[in-house]
Design a protein. Sequence first.
Lengths: 112, 156
Amino acid sequence: MLILTTFLTNCSGVKKLEIFKEEVPRAQLNLDKPTPLQLENLRWIIITSENAEEVFKKLEEQGIDPVLWGLTDKDFELLAKNFARIRNQLKITNDLLDKYKEYYEPDVNKKQ
Amino acid sequence: MFSSLKIAMVAILITGIAGAGMYVMKLRSDNAILKANQLKLESAVEDQKQLIENQKKDFEEILNANKKMNELVSVLKKDLEDLDKRFNKKNRDVGKLAIAKTKSIERITNGASALATRCIEIASGSPLTEKEKNATKKSEINSECPSIANPNYVPY
């Protein structure tokens, strides 16, 4: 009887459930954002066949070397558009970086 | 013979009681384990619910970020189209205009160049000034990139 009871109680025992859960968060990258640009304004001089002499004379009077880098009106337009494209790309990349930071490092963003 | 039968009966009785006692103790121990398991399962279900909630929140954030990025791309595209219009509106020829009105085109070019320079600064992360933030009129905005320089300006 004792042997039978021992068999009955030990063979059909309930196993203790074990759940393992250990999450170690990845260290945050937390790099500082690049410092915004501070650019110098440049001066455009328009030279035509009519005012060329006057322009060079004025440059000499101001102590500036009488030499100019030239662009045609079409190239000037292309330069303006190229700069606008670079600016747009810069803005998109910068905003993308902000979004990634907001998503992956929300606590860091709150502290800033 | 009678007494040995008695002894055997008593032995069986004692063994039976001991077995029953062990069985009850085992049942109580199983019960305690089951209760602990139940608690763990309930906690696991709660964790799963929390996880699903977090995932929902993450998806919403991703959708929102995507939407904002798409909006940004389209407003920047519009700025670029506006720049193109400024050069070519109604078959405008900037070269001929510059020959005819050299001084004023030079002044306009330098003004626009300064504004475009500021646009690059803003695009690189420079904070907006109060003047830029509060600009609502055409005369107050940065005409080179109103979409990023003047958040309160609504084109009219």
